[in-house]
Design a protein around this ligand. Sequence first.
Ligand SMILES: Cc1cc2nc3c(=O)[nH]c(=O)nc-3n(C[C@H](O)[C@H](O)[C@H](O)COP(=O)(O)O)c2cc1C
Length: 370
Amino acid sequence: MTTNPVNIYEYEAIAKERLAQGEYDFIAGAATDEITLRRTRAVFDSIMMKPRMMVDVSQRDLSTTVLGNKIDFPVMLDPAGNHGAAHPDGELATAKAAGAMNTIMALSSHASRTLEDVAEVATGPLWFQYYFFKDRELTLDMAKRAEDAGYSALCVTLDAKIKPKRERNLRNNYVGSVSPNYAHLDLSTHTWKFGADAPAGPSDIRDPASTWEDLDWLAANTKLPVVVKGIMVGEDGRQSAEHGAKGVIVSNHGARYLDTTLATIEVLPEVVEAVDGRIEVYMDGGIRRGSDIFKALALGARAVLVGRPLFWGLAVDGENGVLSVLEMLRDELDATMGMCGRTTIDSIDMSTITTVSPLLSLFPQPDSFR
Ligand SMILES: Cc1cc2nc3c(=O)[nH]c(=O)nc-3n(C[C@H](O)[C@H](O)[C@H](O)COP(=O)(O)O)c2cc1C
């Protein structure tokens, strides 16, 4: 068995040994053939760094701001359901780790703890993530709960209207639990289309009919800034900016809904260009190394978020495990910046990376490839 993990992959290996197979597969898995899941890592690994020498890198500042909140490094905690599956302290542990690292945690409405209980122990800013519900009263009621509990933003996930097909869960007969955030609802009439694959919550109350006008409506009816999650096309980034969002997360839900989409890092530049500085752009999906964060920043993200690594940290060592996973990402980013001659987050630009091998020009392709 792996001990003393030195990177996030080793955290995952230990977590896999400790978690029941159904839980591990629920967390690690993705939709249908998991093609996008694999592509995501392959694309990150194909982006190469261009290190610069003789720059004074003795002082490096990793801090940035997100919606006006200063964070110590450009990594936030993705919303993900049921941290209680990985550790009994669940989101209470995760929130404490986020606060200790001076960054923002987005709490999933499918959390194993109520949004109020998590707010009570949190020492840093929290976002509350949820969906457009068919019941608009419920949509506003949950926004109000988040406002009252002191959350600093709403994160509305747009890419989870339709039930995904996750074959690992089907094979394992995986059944999730219902979050206490939904405890007051009668869920007896809500069923999934693809069998026993429920995550920790009532997806059938989500509204597949929601459109950009609903975003206008929500933005006008909450005191909190609204960030939308699940943008994969520039035009949708532009629409988000025009319909009241203050930020977008370029995300494909960790490849857990629609398979064979592009990797998020591939579509990030298109969204950044379309949004054109009007609102903030973040990204998630496959961030496992500090160099991945660097690449996302180089391609225009203001900050990144991580999902699965939180579960691996929790499963290995609860709050300390999450802390250590976040520290690893921070320290690897710090080292990458130093070696690339960059000392601030703002100075990381596209000139620091490439995807084209200079060897290509030395070996001309046959005419038929042109
Ligand atoms: C177990 C699990 C549960 C998730 N639950 C939610 C959720 O409740 N709401 C949401 O918007 N995204 C959810 N996500 C997606 C994450 O927010 C994020 O988009 C994705 O995990 C990023 O990719 P990464 O895991 O490679 O970092 C979940 C992801 C995982 C792995």
